[in-house]
Design a protein around this ligand. Structure first.
Ligand SMILES: *[C@@H]1O[C@H](CO)[C@@H](O)[C@H](O)[C@H]1NC(C)=O
Ligand SMILES: *[C@@H]1O[C@H](CO)[C@@H](O)[C@H](O)[C@H]1NC(C)=O
Ligand SMILES: *[C@@H]1O[C@H](CO)[C@@H](O)[C@H](O)[C@H]1NC(C)=O
Ligand SMILES: *[C@@H]1O[C@H](CO)[C@@H](O)[C@H](O)[C@H]1NC(C)=O
Ligand SMILES: *[C@@H]1O[C@H](CO)[C@@H](O)[C@H](O)[C@H]1NC(C)=O
Length: 578
C-alpha cells in the first residue's frame, strides 16, 4: 500500500514538472486528453527502456473541407452525385498529406534514428516501432508505464507528451500514448424475480422466451425470401477486445435458431488476429446477429484485439480500413468512449476518418451506448450528461435500443432505458438533422435542465432496434438475457446490408452514409419505413435535478430511440430508387 501511495506522489510531482517542460519546450497536441486511468486498470510500473512500442502518427491531411462537401453530395438522394463514391485511390489523391508534411515528419523521425515506419494507402498515418527510451526522447514529457486489467496489459503514458513546435502544422496527434483499450459493453443479466413472476402469470399462447433471429425477423417484417442474393454484397463487424467468435458457436446458433430462412453459417474473412481461446460474448453476439438479419450475405470480422500492449485497437481498425481497397459495404461496431475523456485533436481527426469511409460508400454503424444520457459527475458543481464517441460523430449512423412492450410477446416497442442518446458537446449539429431535432426540442413535453447538455450539438441516436433479452451461443452454450446496444447495432447492420443487396441487384450503388437519406425520407411526412417508438425515458444522473431520467421518447425523432426501428419492406421500398 505504501509503495502505491509513494508512486502516486511521485507521479503527481512529475506531472507538474512535465507541465512546465511542455510549456517551455514545444506543443502538446493532446494536452486536453483526460489522464485518468479508466476503471479496471491498475498500474504495474515503468516499462524497461528497451521495451518496444508501436506509435501511430496521424499526419495532417489536405482538402478536408472539400472532403466534407463531397460526402454531403454523394450521400444526398437529390444530388446528381448521389452514390458516385470514390475509390481508395481517388480518396488518397484528395486527402494525402502535402509533400512538405511528409518530408518534415520523415526527417524528424530519421534524425532520431527511427526507420522502417509503415504507411497506409491514403498516406495520412504512419505506424512506427521503437524502443520506449527512443519514444520518450522523441515525445518530450511522455513516460511509458505498464497497466493491467484482468488478462490484458497496456503500455501508456500517464502524462502529456509534446512535439517540437515545427511539427504543429504537420501532425494531428500521436496514437499509442493515452487511450486505453475498450472494455466490453454487452451485459448478460438474468431476469429479476419480478420478471420471472410476470413470465408465469401470462398464458402460454404466442410466447417467446427471449429474442432470437425469428423474433427479429417477425418484428421487422422480414420474410424467408428476404435474404441476400447479390454476389458482390458484404457486411462486417469489428472487434476490439481480446475475445473471439467461435466458428462452432456460429454453426450451432444457426442450427438452433435459423432453420426458417436461407443463411450462411460461416464467416468469409477474418481480418487481423482470430485467437483460439475462449469465445467472447460480445464477439459471438455481433456475428450471430448480423448474419441472421443480413442472412446469406458474405460476412467479415475485423478482429483488432490490440495484441501489442502499446496498440490502440480502435485506431488500428481505422488504419486497416484506409489500407484496403476492397472492404465490406456495411460495418457494425459496438465501441465507445466518453467524449469528454478524449482530446479534441483526436475527436476531430477520427471524425475525418468517418468522412473518408462515407465518401467511399461505406455505411458505418455505432452502438449508442448503454448508459442512457450518461452522467458526468462534477466535483462540487452540477452534473451534466455524458455523450459517447464515436456515437456522437455526425458522420456515422448511431443505433439505440428498445424493448418489447410485453417482454414475452412480439408486440410494439418501447424505450430500453439503457439506450444511449443525447447531444455532442464537441460536434455541432449537422444540417441533415436540424429540422428533426428542432421539432423534438420544441414539442417535448418535458426536457432535462439545459445545463445538462448542449442542444446545438450533434444529436443521436439516428435509429434503433431491440436491445433486450437476446439469445447468444457462446462456448457452445445457448445463453439467454444478453442485452445492450451491442445487440441492436448488428441487427440494423444486417438490415442495411439487405437493402444494399437489392440495390446492387438492380445496378444501384450501395447506401453509403445513411443519415442524410434517412432524415430526408422521414421528414417527407408520415412513412411506415420505421416504427416510431414513443414511450419511455432513458437513464441519467441520479441527482436531485434529473432523478435518474434523461430524455424521453416521443413522436417522430427523439434522442433516445432516434426515428425508431426498421420495418423492412417499407424501408426497402423507400430506399430503393425507382
Ligand atoms: C498497408 O498495406 C501495405 C500493402 O499491403 C503494407 O505493406 C503496409 O505495411 C500496410 N500498412 C500498415 C500500417 O500496416
Ligand atoms: C409488418 O408487421 C406489422 C406488425 O407485425 C404489420 O402490421 C404490417 O402490416 C406488416 N407489413 C408491412 C408491409 O408493414
Ligand atoms: C445466397 O447468395 C448467393 C450469392 O451470394 C446466391 O447465389 C444464392 O442463391 C443465395 N441463396 C438464397 C437462399 O437466396
Ligand atoms: C460485381 O463486381 C464486379 C467488379 O466490380 C463487376 O464486374 C460485376 O459486374 C459485379 N457483379 C454484379 C452481379 O453486380
Ligand atoms: C454548444 O455547441 C455549439 C456547437 O457545437 C458551440 O458552438 C457552443 O460553444 C456550445 N456551447 C457551450 C455552452 O458549450
Amino acid at each position: 500500500m505504501e509503495a502505491t501511495a509513494r508512486g502516486r506522489f511521485l507521479l503527481a510531482f512529475s506531472v507538474s514538472l512535465v507541465a512546465w517542460w511542455c510549456q517551455a519546450q514545444g506543443w502538446a497536441p493532446e494536452e486536453d486528453h483526460s489522464l485518468q486511468i479508466p476503471k479496471g486498470w491498475s498500474h504495474v510500473g515503468r516499462v524497461a527502456p528497451s521495451d518496444e512500442l508501436v506509435l501511430i502518427f496521424a499526419l495532417r491531411q489536405q482538402n478536408v473541407e472539400q472532403l466534407a462537401k463531397l460526402v454531403g453530395r454523394v450521400s444526398d438522394l437529390d444530388s446528381p452525385q448521389y452514390g458516385k463514391y470514390l475509390s481508395l485511390e481517388e480518396l488518397r489523391m484528395l486527402v494525402q498529406p502535402s509533400r512538405l508534411t511528409l518530408s518534415t515528419v520523415h526527417k524528424w523521425l530519421v534524425a532520431y534514428g527511427i526507420k522502417g515506419c509503415k504507411t497506409i494507402s491514403t498516406m495520412d498515418f504512419l505506424e512506427c516501432v521503437m524502443p520506449a527510451c527512443m519514444a520518450e526522447r522523441l515525445l518530450p514529457g511522455a513516460q511509458f508505464h505498464r497497466y493491467v486489467s484482468g488478462q490484458r496489459s497496456a503500455v501508456r503514458s500517464p502524462v502529456p507528451y509534446s512535439l517540437p513546435e515545427e511539427l504543429a502544422e504537420h501532425i494531428d496527434f500521436v496514437g499509442g500514448l493515452h487511450r486505453f483499450p475498450a472494455q466490453s459493453m454487452v451485459v448478460n443479466t438474468p431476469l429479476g424475480k419480478q420478471d420471472m413472476a410476470a413470465r408465469h402469470q401470462h398464458g402460454r399462447a404466442a410466447f417467446h422466451l427471449g429474442v432470437t433471429p425469428s423474433v427479429i425477423r417477425q418484428r421487422y417484417n422480414l420474410t424467408e425470401r428476404d435474404v441476400g442474393a447479390s454476389p458482390n454484397n458484404s457486411q462486417a463487424c469489428a472487434q476490439f477486445l481480446e475475445q473471439y467468435f467461435h466458428p462452432a458457436d456460429l454453426a450451432e446458433f444457426m442450427q438452433l435458431f435459423a432453420r426458417s430462412f436461407g443463411h450462411r453459417s460461416q464467416v468469409d474473412q477474418v481480418v487481423g488476429h482470430q485467437g483460439s481461446g475462449k469465445a467472447g460474448l460480445e464477439a459471438s453476439l455481433d456475428v450471430e446477429y448480423i448474419m441472421s438479419s443480413g442472412a446469406n450475405i458474405s460476412t467479415w470480422v475485423f478482429s483488432n484485439a490490440g495484441r501489442h500492449e502499446s496498440q490502440e485497437p480502435f485506431l488500428a481498425w481505422l488504419l486497416l480500413l484506409s489500407n484496403m481497397s476492397s472492404v465490406p459495404w456495411v460495418h457494425s461496431v459496438s465501441y465507445g468512449d466518453y467524449e469528454d475523456s478524449l482530446s479534441r485533436a483526436y475527436l476531430e481527426r477520427v471524425n475525418v476518418e468517418f468522412m473518408k469511409a462515407a465518401v467511399r460508400g461505406l455505411t458505418v454503424l455505432f452502438a449508442s451506448g448503454d448508459e442512457g444520457a450518461g452522467c458526468r459527475k462534477v466535483a462540487g458543481g452540477s452534473h451534466t450528461f455524458r455523450p459517447s464517441f464515436p456515437a456522437s460523430s455526425p458522420y456515422v449512423t448511431t443505433v439505440g435500443g428498445t424493448a418489447f412492450k410485453n417482454p414475452f410477446r412480439v408486440t410494439w416497442e418501447v424505450t430500453d432505458y439503457i439506450s444511449g442518446g443525447g447531444f455532442s458537446s464537441v460536434f455541432p449539429m449537422p444540417d441533415y438533422q436540424a429540422a428533426a431535432v428542432r421539432n423534438f426540442l420544441r414539442s417535448a413535453p418535458r426536457l432535462p435542465p439545459r445545463s445538462y447538455y448542449n442542444s446545438s450539438g450533434r444529436a443521436y441516436p439516428d435509429l434503433s432496434a431491440l436491445s433486450d433479452n437476446y439469445w447468444v451461443v457462446t462456448n457452445r452454450i445457448p445463453l439467454p438475457w444478453v442485452s445492450g446496444t451491442s445487440a441492436s447495432t448488428p441487427v440494423v447492420g444486417g438490415i442495411v446490408a439487405l437493402i444494399n443487396d437489392r440495390r446492387l441487384q438492380q445496378g444501384q450503388p450501395p447506401l453509403g452514409f445513411l443519415n442524410p437519406a434517412l432524415y430526408k425520407l422521414q421528414e417527407k411526412g408520415p412513412s411506415d419505413a420505421l416504427y416510431d417508438v414513443t414511450q419511455g425515458c432513458h437513464l441519467a444522473c441520479l441527482d436531485a435535478a434529473v432523478e435518474g431520467q434523461g430524455f424521453c421518447a416521443g413522436p417522430s425523432w427523439d434522442p433516445v430511440t432516434g426515428w425508431g426501428t426498421p420495418n423492412f419492406p417499407q424501408l426497402l421500398r423507400a430506399l430503393l430508387s425507382p
